[in-house]
Write a protein that binds this ligand. Sequence first.
Ligand SMILES: Nc1nc2c(ncn2[C@@H]2O[C@H](COP(=O)(O)OP(=O)(O)OP(=O)(O)O)[C@@H](O)[C@H]2O)c(=O)[nH]1
Ligand SMILES: [Mg+2]
Ligand SMILES: [Zn+2]
Ligand SMILES: [Zn+2]
Length: 360
Amino acid sequence: MNKNRQCRGCGATLQSENPNAVGYLPEHLLSEPGKELICQRCFRIRHYGQHQEYQGISDAEQVIAQSMNWAQGTILILDLMDFEASIPRNIDLFTGKQNIVVALNKVDLLPPKTPVLEARDWALRRLRALNIKAEVVPISSLSGFGIKDLLAALYESSARRWLVCGVTNVGKSTLITKILQSQGKKQGLTPTTARFPGTTVACTRWAIDQGIILSDSPGLTPQGRLTDFVCMDCAVKLIPSQRLNVSVYNLKSQGALVVPGLAAFRPKQDGALIIGFTASQVKWQRANISKLDSWLTQSCAECRVTKWDRVDVELKPHQDLYIHGLGWISVRHHSTAGELIIPHGVDFTVRPNLIGGKLE
Ligand SMILES: Nc1nc2c(ncn2[C@@H]2O[C@H](COP(=O)(O)OP(=O)(O)OP(=O)(O)O)[C@@H](O)[C@H]2O)c(=O)[nH]1
Ligand SMILES: [Mg+2]
Ligand SMILES: [Zn+2]
Ligand SMILES: [Zn+2]
């Protein structure tokens, strides 16, 4: 009778055999007929913010590939604060579809002086450079900014079945929750959201106004994102969740920048003027070159970095050096060469600056 009932929060198939696997619910709760249910893991996330490891999580790419047959349109969510890391590896899978809208999420974390449209245009240029030609709608799933514009794009299209997809933690489930709330659909459950990656494990479908159905989906794991190299506690600290911190560092002789235990940039010349950006609980800070190694060993015992990549990088004026899953540094008037030190396997991108005046 209870075969294949689904957790309404994370999509897992409900089961009462293995408490350490996703979808677990004690037998007496699972046998309640007809009711919308959530699994024990979702209950713990929602009420206690707990983030344990669970077994039985299917490969997100496979789950999404199945839903692509159902969907008539795709809402691809990108995280503005972690932009390149949130572009899925196999982007063609999504952009090959007829109806695609890119939702540029977390714009609430921009500094107050940065116009949202400026950030939208920056993202458009970045996507065009990657040959991705989709409409880009800036949104905040958390505050509700831009949700009306996103819905207008869906209503205008002939597609009714939309897959909401993207890498882990970009805000897919938060977006669906916000839309359900904005349309007064508060009577039922909403998708489970959390500050750590991997919350949604299978697709769940949600009816909204104008006959549209949104499918939540499990997040893809991007390659080379620092967040995915560290333990859950450290991952939570790295998730973009705070307004972008922008600090200017006028480095003196022997000066460098470091995020303790995670990354460092060591300019080749004295007196570099560098702007540091992070939107999470970690921050860039000044360090003396002679102390860099000791700063880099100051990390969590559980996920201490053992192998570092040291790369020579040259930044031209108005370029960002963005470390996937961490944040970025930027220079304005002078080219700056230096050594970037990051955990082995983490990716970085040199790109036109996101924040501040642009070079035309
Ligand atoms: N500041 C801010 N935080 C957001 C926004 N959208 C989502 N978040 C936060 O990002 C984290 C992840 O949100 P989820 O909605 O669970 O992300 P997801 O894409 O469903 O993640 P998975 O299910 O793990 O793939 C949560 O802490 C959210 O509160 C946003 O627009 N602004
Ligand atoms: Mg989710
Ligand atoms: Zn669940
Ligand atoms: Zn850790």
